[in-house]
Design a binder for this molecule. Structure first.
Ligand code: ATP
Ligand code: MG
Ligand code: MG
Ligand code: MG
Length: 496
């Protein structure tokens, strides 16, 4: 099954159960100020689930473009560390709005997994929320799941939200049951207990039983009707169907990664000279390529370029605050990984073109504005490339000094200089520090930023207050907007 077969089979399966097939909503949410990016299939149905709106259907199914970077569901820091988390992914979903509930949704999920995806039931594991005896009984008595394949998790009273899903700090929420897949039965018997190895047994599908609305004070109020909201990760399904351990080793990513590799080789024939490709740029030995240490860099770039491309095509813009700042941080991370692989100038906009061509059939909006998006990416990378080498040099000097002096932290001063002078978002510096086994003196950084903010209020915020000399304008007019302490400390706190 190709990724596209998976998408199509899912929509067909639920259409056959009288679900209305609806298009994905944009990744930039329309009219929901509580949300940075669309983070789940249910976002476009929030008002239906809350009972504030009714439409002419009670069952729906979609393939939803999702971005999880910033906000409650933030996976930016996971990308490249495991092969499971992306900042952009597609979520297959089915909904009941006050119609069917636990029994039907569990039965259909099981049927789809076994009879359409043809997964081996011996390899599936089920989690349920602590109190959800009803769902657990359906799995046990009606589906026939063995007790050693089931586990209860979560306890919201103690702040443990496992198996209790919510879209954000407020809004619709409820207990959920999750389906997980054993990628390595050959490793021997699996002990499904709290704290189990979720690299081996990977979560694929979440069935949420929406029954509460959480208010600003964190109180739960029962919803007027009980609904179902499910999310099955397309990229993860593609991964397990391909028998791989990483989503980046699937067909979803191959064209993006091969394009990146081709651009590198074209820019300098010495780069990756040992990695053989055919006349169409296809890898001759994928396994050998996946085993390279540099595969992580290719993976991160591939994730980030999808996120940035989809977000720009849905109307987002790079900026110094909010959503646009999240995108800027993602782009700069990608550029920095690209620089490490050997790119000396803008490349990401060219990779973006492959995202557009690969996905235009499914998401026509990409074809319509893909060229404009690529141009925005090119301008944005050009800007960062102007300073990146000097920033990396400053970082290397500081990090090596810290290591030589047996300090475990990179000073706040350097993080600040990198940020204010060279445009390295603090979370990027943190990532670079992490690669060297260093943490960051956040307190010192925040103090410097605060002082900077106070002294530069109303003036050009990016003047050379850090005193590194040789100041370069990395930011054009639209960037000289004042960025409040709030924005940045919020950003910094996301990274911790
Ligand atoms: P995880 O525990 O792995 O972080 P999650 O519990 O946060 O996943 P849900 O909010 O339950 O994920 O989303 C439903 C499904 O979407 C997941 O079961 C998974 O298949 C998929 N999914 C979630 N986050 C990601 C991601 N960052 N990248 C790829 N797929 C994802
Ligand atoms: Mg998660
Ligand atoms: Mg989970
Ligand atoms: Mg989940």
């Amino acid at each position: 099954m190709t990724p596209h077969d998976i998408r199509a089979s899912f929509l067909k399966y639920f259409a056959d159960q009288d679900h209305k097939v609806l298009p994905s909503a944009p990744v930039v949410p329309e009219g929901d100020p509580t949300l940075l990016f669309t983070n789940a299939g249910m976002n476009q149905f929030k008002d239906m689930l809350l009972g504030n709106e009714t439409r002419d259907y009670k069952r729906a199914t979609t393939v939803q473009k999702c971005v999880r970077a910033g906000g409650k569901h933030n996976d930016l820091d996971e990308v490249g560390k495991d092969g499971r988390h992306l900042t952009f992914f597609e979520m297959l979903g089915n909904w009941s709005f006050g119609d069917y509930y636990k029994r039907k949704s569990i039965e259909w999920a099981w049927d789809y997994l076994l009879n359409v995806l043809k997964l081996d039931p011996e390899r599936l594991y089920i989690t349920n929320y602590k109190d959800d005896d009803e769902a657990a009984a359906i799995w046990r008595d009606e589906i026939g799941i063995a007790p050693e394949h089931m586990l209860r998790l979560g306890d919201i009273e103690k702040g443990d939200e496992e198996n209790f899903w919510s879209m954000g700090p407020t809004g619709p929420c409820g207990p959920c049951t999750e389906i997980h897949y054993d990628s390595h039965p050959e490793y021997g018997p699996f002990e499904f207990v709290e704290g189990y190895d979720d690299e081996r047994v990977v979560e694929i599908w979440n069935l949420v039983f929406m029954e509460y609305n959480r208010d600003e004070d964190g109180e739960l109020h029962p919803l007027p009707m009980k609904s179902v909201d499910t999310g099955l990760g397309l990229d993860r399904v593609a991964m397990i169907k391909a028998g791989r351990d990483s989503v980046f080793q699937t067909e979803l990513f191959t064209p993006i990664i091969e394009t990146t590799l081709g651009l590198l080789k074209a820019s300098n024939s010495e780069l990756f000279a040992n990695v053989k490709t055919d006349e169409n740029g296809h890898l001759e030995d994928r396994e050998a390529f996946y085993a390279l240490e540099d595969f992580t860099g290719f993976s991160v770039i591939a994730d980030h370029v999808r996120t940035v491309t989809f977000a720009l095509c849905d109307g987002a813009k790079f900026s110094n605050e909010g959503r646009g700042y999240v995108l800027r941080r993602i782009l700069r991370r990608a550029v920095r990984f690209g620089r490490n692989l050997g790119f000396e100038g803008p490349f990401l906009h060219k990779v973006s073109a492959v995202v557009v061509s690969e996905y235009s059939d499914i998401y026509p909006e990409l074809a319509a504005v893909g060229k404009e998006a690529a141009e925005l990416i090119r301008l944005e990378e050009e800007r960062f490339f102007r300073n990146i080498d000097r920033g990396i040099e400053l970082f290397e000097t500081a990090a090596n000094a810290a290591i030589a002096e047996k300090r475990s932290e990179l000073g706040g001063e350097e993080v600040f200089q990198l940020h204010a002078t060279f445009g390295f978002p603090p979370d990027l510096t943190e990532l670079m520090a992490e690669e060297k086994g260093l943490s960051i003196d956040w307190k010192a950084y925040e103090q410097l930023w605060q002082t900077h903010q106070e002294t530069s209020r109303g003036k050009d915020v990016y003047a050379d207050t850090a005193g590194v000399g040789d100041w370069v304008t990395i930011l054009d007019e639209d960037d000289s907007v004042f960025v409040g302490y709030e924005t940045l400390s919020a950003t910094a706190s996301i990274t911790r």
